[in-house]
Design a protein around this ligand. Sequence first.
Ligand SMILES: *Cc1c(COP(=O)(O)O)cnc(C)c1O
Ligand SMILES: [Zn+2]
Length: 428
Amino acid sequence: MNCKIETWLECVSCGKKYDLSEVRYNCTCGGILDVKRDLTKLDGEELKRTWEERWSLKRGKLASGVWRYKELIIDVPEEDIVTRQEGSTRLYDAGLAGKYAGLKNFLLKHEGENPTGSFKDRGMTCGATAAKIYGAKVVACASTGNTSASMASYAAVSGMDSIIFIPEGKIAYGKLAQALAYGGKTLQIEGNFDDAMALVQEVCEKLNIYLLNSINPFRIEGQKAIGFEVLHQLDWQVPDWFVIPGGNLGNNSALSKGLQELYELGIINKIPRIAVIQAEGAAPLSHMWKKHTPFEAVKNPDTIATAIKIGNPVSWEKSLRGLKWCNGVVEDVTEQEIMDAKAMVDAAGIGAEPASCCSVAGAKKLVDMGVIHPEETVVGILTGNILKDPDAVIGYHQDTLGKMGIKGTYSNRPKVIKPTLEAVKAAL
Ligand SMILES: *Cc1c(COP(=O)(O)O)cnc(C)c1O
Ligand SMILES: [Zn+2]
């Protein structure tokens, strides 16, 4: 891989460096890897000007909301880039969801507006580009759904085959539908996500297939663009907080890494705090954080927010490192809190899938706890589209999620009526 400025891989645990000539996901010590570049070769002011010019591009690869920032993604020749023009998602005023959380300045960055409906496209455009450059014919991932939907799409547009390992049991229908539709070879594993993750790593190593889970350091580079774009949309005025859901913990690792690079380049002059929010039934980082204990995987993770139903997150070390840098916090929320927050995000007219709404549930909890102040400016990341998981929406509004201990607190039930004007008047 040829980058314009010197770029290498570096072990998070021991600091060992590797050049980009060969495919690598782990250090010989077992640690995971970061993409690093020589930031002293870049000028912050010049970058801001370049990015501003690219913002107005109507077409072409650099009109992508990831490749707009390519100097801090991977600075490879344009012809090597695999893109679906991802990013350029909206930053909404949270409206009703802001009132619910008790915040005056609450913005929601809607990553569900990406080409396949989740932020995974930001990482995937970069991962798929790396796959192309390394000459991969086949790519694979383990997925709770959105990664597979995204990977299958990017493989299809760039002429690669894709193999998907999904856990048994419930995977949100919208996501499975996309993976199949885009032509991914889909293997359902008798086991949970963590089992699928372990298997796919072995398969990729033995069968020479390119791995596109977020252990792939290029995925993380692409996902940094969420933070770049939010700050660009705010004219580089730094919010007090980012609130973001945490599953495999790649996304918050990417956010802090990107912010750190902007800070080192002098593009931002203040460090925002990051709050990572996990679901109570899948909260290994939150346990470790609150109890000050060593990392321990959760055995049987469970939550209606299937995108974050992960007990053994690959990127927990990167995540912790980022949280320490930005004075961040970790919190977890209940199933009821997730779904009630979702009802508010949806009723605000914005809408997102369950995992995304941890951002709003977590913001509310942290305001109630006095950690976030009502006047602070907070950016919540909505990670996935409302249509990904229609069963969760209908279940909540029909109030049929009782088995999972969830009540339809703000349910909006459909009514069945006779086809007469009188019946309509009575119903209204
Ligand atoms: C993947 C995903 C997450 C979790 O992101 P991590 O990087 O695994 O922490 C959250 N929400 C949605 C919708 C996702 O698809
Ligand atoms: Zn190492």
